[in-house]
Write a protein that binds this ligand. Structure first.
Ligand code: SAM
Length: 274
């Protein structure tokens, strides 16, 4: 697929845009693997972020799935419009920013009946996009190409330096089903960072954090080296310090630091700040 991608870029007179994270997939195995992991079926509603040249998009559409995609680059959006829409009326494409349209304008009835996300994400915006996804209606399954560093943060357990607010929000809603390293040679141009394909399945009883809890937790992790008690005392919401006092009663040591506290304890804060 390397040659086809190069010649398509030449034909479009398009230079990959670094700022938009344009590292296009050129490995058919990774495309097939993403679709298999997501268990894509005919009639599935799939969101794709950053369809780019349309390699993954076409493969998704060929399964009979319906795809809602959002692409920021106007030239690529125009190419997709010309290239894919005539053959696949099942593609709904919008030109725009995935942070403004994290669900690519998926209609309400599709949201209610369930949807999945399959995407080779633009790495620079993967965390704010994930944050937006986790605060709204949740996809049943997500298969995402990510920078390894971001995936490590999403999947980190407490006690690790990489454990933070996003680890808590994500693992409270999703089980990590698998994580596969993907070599830089699977993309054109080759990214300078390591990549992984991450497979997430929605938990039976996902916990979603209300805005107040998300804000407090994010604030706490900006000072992760301080003791949790001090941070909770300084929080503008008195409930946060009450939560800390309950933690101590339940046996957590008073000198605990944010990164040492297990996810289930943070989930209690989600209930308290509902
Ligand atoms: N899906 C294609 C593939 O696998 O070959 C392209 C993936 S490339 C890593 C990321 C894509 O996301 C690019 O097409 C880029 O233009 C697009 N993109 C970057 N920032 C975006 C944003 N904020 N919203 C939507 N698309 C974005």
């Amino acid at each position: 697929m390397f040659k086809e991608t190069r010649s398509l870029l030449d034909k479009l007179n398009h230079l990959p845009n670094k700022k938009l994270g344009q590292n296009f997939l050129i490995d058919g195995n990774i495309v097939r693997k993403s679709i298999k992991m997501a268990e894509v079926q005919t009639e599935d509603a799939i969101i794709e972020i950053g369809p780019g040249l349309g390699t993954l998009t076409r493969a998704l559409l060929e399964t009979g799935a319906h795809v809602w995609a959002v692409e920021h680059d106007p030239a690529l959006a125009e190419h997709l419009q010309k290239e894919l829409i005539p053959d696949f009326p099942t593609l709904q494409l919008i030109e725009g920013d995935c942070l403004q349209y994290p669900r690519a304008k998926l209609p309400e009835e599709q949201v209610r009946s369930g949807f999945k996300v399959v995407a080779n994400l633009p790495y620079a915006v993967s965390t704010p996009w994930m944050d937006a996804i986790l605060s709204g209606p949740l996809p049943q399954r997500m298969v995402l190409m990510l920078q390894k560093e971001a995936a490590d943060r999403y999947c980190a357990n407490h006690g690790k330096k990489t454990f933070g607010a996003i680890s808590i929000f994500l693992q409270s809603a999703y089980k990590v089903q698998g994580q596969h390293s993907v070599s830089a040679g699977c993309f054109y141009p080759k990214p300078k960072v390591d990549s992984v394909l991450l497979h997430l399945a929605l938990l039976e009883n996902p916990v979603r954090f209300p805005t107040a809890a998300r804000d407090s937790i994010r604030r706490i992790f900006t000072q992760r080296r301080k003791q949790l008690g001090t941070l909770c005392k300084n929080d503008s919401r008195p409930e946060v310090y009450k939560w800390f006092e309950q933690l101590i009663v339940s046996g957590v040591k008073a000198t605990v630091r944010p990164e040492e506290l297990a996810i289930e304890h943070w989930q209690n804060l989600a209930e308290i700040l509902l």
